[in-house]
Every structure is written in C-alpha cells, then in structure tokens.
Design a protein. Sequence first.
Length: 94
Amino acid sequence: MTVKEAEKLVTRVCMVLGFSIKKLKSKSREADIILQRRAFMKLLYNTGMTNKNVGLVFNKDHSSVIFNNRRHKDLLDIKYKPYISLFERIKKEF
C-alpha cells in the first residue's frame, strides 16, 4: 500500500467513525487521540507498509511507529478494554 492510498484509507475511516484526521496528524498528546493514532499505525503496519511510510502518513518518525507498535502489544497483553474496543472498531472499517 502506498502512502497516498493509506492517507485516503485513514481519511475515509476517520469520516465514518467521526475522528479528526487533523488531530491524528498533529502532535496532540490527548489520550484518545494517541490511542486512535496507535491503532491506525498498527493496522497500516500490518498491511505490509514500512515503519517509515506509516510515519509519513501521520507526520511522525519511524521510531514513533516502532514505539506505538510495542505499546499496542502491551495494551493487548494487559487486556485494556477501551483500546481493544477502539482497535476493533477501526479494524472493522479497514
């Protein structure tokens, strides 16, 4: 998947779920925005995109994508229900 295709997909899913694409691409550290961004990053990475390209979609560095993927695993391991339900909602629209 190319960066442009990923951007279109993220924009479409944001519109369907009522998320702000502007906030997802910002430097916002609000908890709900972080969790949304984390879920999108993991799903895009799972499509075969490189960390660098996933980072380009969200104006982040590749190391931010690596960190978010690790935190994704941590949140699943501790069964953090708010994140799991958010992840499933986004995954369903992918």
